[in-house]
Design a protein around this ligand. Structure first.
Ligand code: ZN
Length: 283
């Protein structure tokens, strides 16, 4: 499941081929993904210029010159495949699509961008740009982790009365948007907080330390996504996933990376999700 850094990496990868460019034609190959696609979707995209490409949580937002925005969610397995020089097949038979290419953007300059999603947990919708914050997928989202409203005071206040474990509290998208299982595990390791600790029982200073830790962990992952993007572009133009070196995530039974610790990384299940942590370093 792509998390915020992966989505941001995809957005940055698409930006040079989509932002400021016009969609000459869109092919919508099926009526639905996870949910029904918007009415007359192909028609509403065709001929529209993309004025800006933004991200809100795990959604990529394409603002169009029609005052509508296209909302894209990659779901579990969604990928964006860029073909800067589409093969002859694509030119001679423009409706040709690979299996699981559900929406295809043909840009004015000939670049072909396909949304490919084998499991179809992805989603797309069109909504008026000035109403995006009220869209049902977006309206309940909390502040962006890099935004000004997400700060130490905000987090201390929000967690003061939360009796759930800190792990579950941080996964709540209403508290902070875009943080998923992998990066919450990493953030808790970095701040030395046990995933089991009750949110309200953590000192103010330790709660405050979560804010820069969240930003650092996400920025480092975005940076590492950026470098994988450069490698990727030279190979197959596929955007969506990258390898990242995690401290605790998916390292059950392996040695903790804190110098001199030597403890094995443990895994527990909380609200149906695996939490990886060092029982010595995290209290
Ligand atoms: Zn340790």
């Amino acid at each position: 499941m792509p998390e915020l850094p992966e989505v941001e990496t995809v957005r940055r990868g698409l930006q040079p081929v989509m932002e400021g460019k016009t969609i000459a034609r869109a092919d919508v190959m099926r009526p639905d993904l996870r949910w029904p696609l918007p009415d007359r979707m192909a028609e509403r995209l065709t001929g529209r210029r993309i004025t800006a490409m933004r991200r809100r949580s795990k959604y990529i937002l394409l603002d169009l010159d029609s005052a509508e925005s296209l909302i894209i969610h990659l779901g579990m397995s969604g990928r964006m495949q860029i073909d800067s020089e589409p093969s002859a097949d694509f030119h001679h038979n423009p409706t040709i699509a690979l299996k699981h290419d559900h929406v295809i953007f043909h840009m004015e300059n000939g670049t072909r961008i396909a949304f490919n999603d084998a499991r179809r947990f992805g989603a797309m919708d069109l909504a008026p740009t000035d109403q995006l914050e009220n869209h049902w997928l977006i309206e309940k989202l909390g502040p962006e982790p890099f935004g000004n409203t997400f700060n130490e005071d905000y987090l201390v206040e929000k967690l003061r009365h939360k009796n759930s474990p800190i792990k579950s509290a941080l996964l709540d998208q209403r508290l902070v948007a875009g943080l998923g299982n992998i990066y919450v595990c990493e953030v808790l390791f970095r701040t030395g907080i046990s995933p089991k600790r009750k949110a309200s029982a953590i000192s103010k200073a330790r709660v405050a330390s979560l804010v820069p830790a969240i930003r650092d962990v996400l920025s480092e992952a975005i940076e590492s996504g950026g470098s994988s993007l450069r490698d990727h572009r030279q190979t197959n133009g596929e955007l969506g996933y990258f390898q990242h070196n995690f401290s605790v995530y998916d390292r059950e039974g392996e040695t903790c990376r804190t110098e001199g610790c030597g403890t094995k990384i443990a895994r527990i299940v909380q609200s149906g999700r695996s939490s990886f942590y060092c029982p010595t370093c995290q209290r």
